[in-house]
Design a binder for this molecule. Structure first.
Ligand code: GDP
Length: 356
């Protein structure tokens, strides 16, 4: 899966891009294939699957225990009580009531009054979820020339700072020069945390005192990216929940100062969502998404809970592609989201050998 797609007229060598797309390898803005991420996401499809599998361990356990238990009762009929039990187990993964209901209906339609067939139930789950996660390849938009600017937003505590660090780390490892803009100036701790990450992963950082205007930090970060010939500029933004109109004003101002320097920037606006935080967090994040005009989601902490099914309602609520998932607290714990590998990891171990 390509990390970048291209914008603007100054397109890279299409044969290289084609080649990279075929191999699933990321390409940079010159059209060259990135070696580090190639091993991870293309040649290393199995590795990506393993990472998802490790991250989704708790969710898989729910499916394994709860759903597999449904099949342990010999001669169990697909009746009302079976369907209720199935629905309960599915909802526990946080895939949302709509997806769970659709699966239950499908199982009912295909197997009503028969004895349960685990394979067919598995097919219903896989079919329904893959349809609902039917997102096209969603690589990051990249500048055709000059720095690519990525704005990152999300509620405090969602994993925004860590996700910025992970993303930056990924680019640095990929040979890119990265400058960060510590625009969440409301919290001194956020600026400190980002500075610490920057020095650890080898990115430059533009920062200001607590309470400084975030738009001025954004301006200086982009200016630094231009003058220093950086490839990537990632800008942190407010994480506090103000009124929606305050938030819109602040983010609007940030966007304006960025666009004054690079008209087509920001190239991406990523919304960080905490996978463990439940429905309330989703509705809070919606405020950020609307205020910021987001283009994609980073789903952080997917490893942290038994609610790995949350990818489904997230995609549906925000109508945005999930571009990356956070699978731990370390700089390397970020993976490009691939619905196919995700579903494989989610369902591979469920039902296991003893399902009969
Ligand atoms: P922010 O307030 O939105 O900037 O959130 P932080 O980046 O400071 O993250 C909040 C907490 O979540 C920290 O303890 C992080 O280490 C942790 N965290 C962030 N991303 C992940 C992830 O993908 N997996 C896990 N397990 N923890 C994470």
């Amino acid at each position: 899966m390509a990390l970048f797609r291209f914008r603007g007229s100054d397109k890279p060598d299409p044969s290289k891009v084609d080649e990279a797309a075929k191999s699933g390898a990321p390409v940079d803005s010159t059209g060259s294939v990135s070696p580090e991420a190639t091993a991870d996401e293309a040649g290393g499809a199995g590795r990506l699957f393993d990472r998802f599998r490790a991250g989704l361990k708790k969710t898989v356990q729910v499916l394994n225990t709860d759903v597999r238990d449904l099949f342990k009762q010999e001669g169990r009929l697909v009746d009302e009580s079976f369907l209720n039990d199935l629905r309960r187990a599915l909802v526990r993964t946080d895939m949302g009531p709509t997806a769970a209901e659709e699966i239950v209906k499908d199982v009912y339609a295909k197997q009503r009054a028969r004895f349960v067939d685990p394979e067919s139930v598995l097919d219903s789950i896989r079919g329904t979820l893959s349809q609902r996660l039917d997102q096209t390849d969603a690589p990051l938009a990249a500048a055709a020339t000059g720095p690519t600017v990525i704005l990152v937003t999300g509620v405090n505590g969602s994993g925004k700072t860590t996700s910025i660090a992970k993303l930056a780390n990924r680019f640095v490892k990929d040979g890119k020069r990265v400058v960060l803009g510590a625009g969440d100036t409301f919290r001194a701790a956020a600026v400190e945390q980002l500075s610490m990450w920057a020095s650890r992963i080898g990115a430059e950082i533009v920062r200001s005192d607590q309470g400084a205007d975030p738009a001025s930090v954004a301006h200086r970060a982009v200016a630094r990216a231009l003058e220093g010939d950086f490839d990537i500029c990632i800008i942190d933004t407010a994480g506090r929940l103000q009124t929606q109109s305050n938030l819109m004003q602040e983010l609007g101002k940030i966007r304006r100062v960025i666009a004054k320097q690079i008209p087509e920037a920001p190239h991406e606006v990523l919304l960080v969502i905490d996978a463990t935080a439940g429905q309330n967090a989703l509705s809070q994040a919606k405020g950020f998404s609307e205020a910021a005009g987001c283009t994609g989601v980073v789903l952080a902490k997917l490893d942290g809970s038994a609610r790995g099914g949350v990818v489904v309602p997230v995609t549906e609520t925000f109508k945005l592609p999930v571009k990356f998932v956070g699978l731990g607290e370390k700089a390397d714990d970020l993976a490009v989201f691939d619905p196919k590998r995700y579903l494989e990891a989610l369902l591979a171990d469920s039902f296991g050998d003893s399902a009969a």
